[in-house]
Design a protein. Structure first.
Length: 368
């Protein structure tokens, strides 16, 4: 293999795309510290901050998504697409990569399209059980497609698919704490059953409402709760909770040590993002999934159903969460047989060392 490896990694838009991209880059660097890795993202999107913070250079394309509500506004979107393709080609010519990796998001569409036209081998990684638009467009232009779910030949040529799973946060898997120590870290009693409610870094309104509307159930349950409200909702919730504080309800705007939070919990209530699901699979954590309705092509509901159909998770519709969620959670956490079955079934779906496996597939594409 050539001394100096040069690899482009492209994609982003959401944390669900950025985290796998950085994990794959880190895994390549672990195998080949001398590798030069350049990221290509979309201007003004989250990756333009997150990627440099992870120690990598990133170039931005002026690419945007189509506006389905106002079709006339798409004239500027098309002009930006043309500009982005031209700029992607310039970046590729200057950087001279031997291989390109796409993780979904608009920028990866333009970048990998141009790489494929120039004869550079490409690999895409699809995190969800329902393939994203960009990856579906690229499917016939790439050499390999890394996936996390069975049945992805509905979207992609079967001979290109490699089931690798999704990269996950290592600190989540390797928490050194025992369950009792983790509970103490959150100021909870070490021997009481605990439910973790986590709606993502910004929070989830309906999941928060499910607690606010049923404080009586929380109080009477004898169960402990770690409730991540999300930064967006926290001030309002803290205001609402004045004079209603409960010793078994720990309210946090953001949980920084998610490994400890998972360790403390007997049951988790969560959105159904691909990265979170992969974490539950690897640690074997019983979970009630509340898919976000505000995502492209309803992919979170499809992710959730892939687990529900194997009795590897329970499921509550977002609109029904305020009424049903807390009651189901308390019933479930008190049913040891159900917790055991959910844990065993979800763990069977886990795929280990995904980032390293994907990195190996990327490296195999480099022409000797």
């Amino acid at each position: 293999m050539d001394k100096e490896l040069r690899i482009i990694v492209s994609g982003g838009g959401t944390g669900g795309h950025i985290f796998p991209a950085v994990s794959i880059a880190n895994a390549i660097k672990a195998k080949h510290p001398e590798a030069k890795i350049l990221f290509v993202g979309a201007e003004g999107r989250m990756e333009m901050q997150r990627v440099p913070a992870a120690g990598y250079e990133i170039k931005g394309l002026p690419i945007k998504g189509f506006n389905r509500a106002h079709l006339l506004k798409n004239i500027s979107v098309l002009l930006d697409l043309v500009k982005s393709l031209r700029l992607a080609r310039k970046i590729i010519k200057e950087f001279k990569p031997q291989v390109a990796v796409g993780v979904g998001g608009y920028a990866s569409g333009a970048t990998l399209y141009e790489c494929s036209k120039m004869g550079i081998p490409c690999l895409i990684q699809e995190q969800n059980s329902y393939a994203g638009v960009t990856n579906k467009i690229l499917r016939n232009r790439v050499q390999k497609i890394c996936v996390a779910y069975d049945g992805m030949d509905r979207f992609f040529p079967a001979d290109k698919i490699i089931k690798t799973g999704n990269p996950v946060r290592q600190n989540v898997l390797n928490s050194p704490l025992s369950k009792e120590e983790a509970r103490k870290q959150f100021g909870l009693e070490p021997d009481k059953k605990t439910i973790l409610i986590v709606g993502g870094s910004l929070g989830a309104r309906t999941m928060n409402e499910s607690v606010q509307q049923h404080l009586d159930l929380v109080k009477e349950s004898g169960i402990q709760f770690i409730w991540q409200t999300g930064k967006y909702y926290n001030a309002k919730i803290m205001d609402f909770m004045k004079g209603k504080e409960l010793p078994n309800l720990k309210i946090l705007d953001f949980v920084s040590d998610m490994g400890a939070a998972y360790k403390a919990a007997d049951l988790v209530i969560s959105r159904a993002g691909a990265s979170s699901i992969s974490e539950f699979q690897l640690i074997g954590k019983p979970v009630i999934l509340v898919p976000s309705p505000n995502v492209a092509e309803d992919h979170q509901r499809k992710n959730a159903m892939a687990l529900v159909n194997r009795h590897a998770a329970l499921y509550v519709e977002d609109a029904e969460a305020p009424d049903k969620l807390l009651k189901l959670a308390i019933e479930t956490v008190n049913n040891d047989d159900e917790l055991k079955a959910l844990s065993e079934n979800v763990k069977k779906m886990g795929l280990k060392n995904s980032a390293a496996v994907i990195a190996d597939e990327v490296l195999k594409l480099i022409k000797k």
